[in-house]
Design a protein around this ligand. Sequence first.
Ligand SMILES: Nc1ncnc2c1ncn2[C@@H]1O[C@H](COP(=O)(O)OP(=O)(O)O)[C@@H](O)[C@H]1O
Ligand SMILES: [Mg+2]
Length: 342
Amino acid sequence: MLAIHSAIGGFSDRWIAYCEKQDIPYKKVNCYDTNIVQKLHDCDALMWHHNHALPQDVLIAKQLLFSLEQAGKVVFPDFNTAWYFDDKLGQKYFFEAFELPAAKTHVFYSKKDAKDWLKTATYPMVFKLRRGAGSRNVRLVKNKNQARAIIKKSFGQGFRQYDAWGGIKENWRKLKLSKARPIDLIKAIAHLWVPITLEKAIGRERGYVYFQEFIPDNDFDIRVIVINKKAFAIKRSVRKNDFRASGSGFIQYEKHHFDDSIILTSFEIAKKIKTQCIAFDYVVKGKEHLILEVSYGFSKYGYDDCPGYWDEKLKWHEGPFNPYGWMVEDVISKITERKNNM
Ligand SMILES: Nc1ncnc2c1ncn2[C@@H]1O[C@H](COP(=O)(O)OP(=O)(O)O)[C@@H](O)[C@H]1O
Ligand SMILES: [Mg+2]
């Protein structure tokens, strides 16, 4: 029996639809219930698509999942899949420890160390906050004065989780493209004063500063997702007069955009780090693909138009596919593996 935390907008409705179709026994659970562990006694696994923007999830999802995993239950996402989720600080060390091809990242925990390093910095470079998606907390730093101001703020008042001016700009851009409603723009303006719920729960980002080498001449990024030995990909173009692709909404799906080498690299890394599900964001530097960030969660609608997927032998399978079913199958095979080993 699978337990599924059912939530609006995430993977859970697709997991449930797959279980219904395949006659896989499941029950819906509420992971915020204080008796959740007790309620899972009759279940072999828990699946929870926790969300980086929901304060409750940020507060407790990883801790609940990892506790259950340590105690012997199968979970999705497990530790290898989720510990670095929405944590670009953690990912710096993760990429370095595994010697993954990634953009060079410099992180400092004091004003002095950051300022000392600035003496050797080259511009432009990229400033990021630890959390955030859709390019929200990613900025270009054009010169030393901008870098100094960022350092001052990082070790002073800190940064809001929600960049209100960036939000207004983004909603105005989307409104012009008919991808946002006027009310979205009004809400974004209100967030100049009204904090988003995540900010109320976890406060501001401060006490560190993150700079990354800027990889020039990329008018797109490539996202490859690997789940249960299968991969699919999208190419996202940058916004007009901007270097940031994530969240732009300009997506290309055709197979010819993706070299075999980027798919192969993604398979190799996914295997090495033993993840259940991983999305790699890559940009190109010379002949190399460099990872910018990784994440287990993604917005499902952006991938429904993928025309096919690759298997581990890089064979292309044309036609519709169900990555959410792959997640369920992966969990079921882990349950079977565990039962066989008992
Ligand atoms: N170091 C970099 N060099 C060039 N472009 C970058 C760099 N870092 C980020 N970008 C661009 O900004 C976008 C957002 O960055 P990313 O680190 O993936 O953050 P997010 O979590 O918001 O997706 C990327 O899709 C890419 O287009
Ligand atoms: Mg990204």
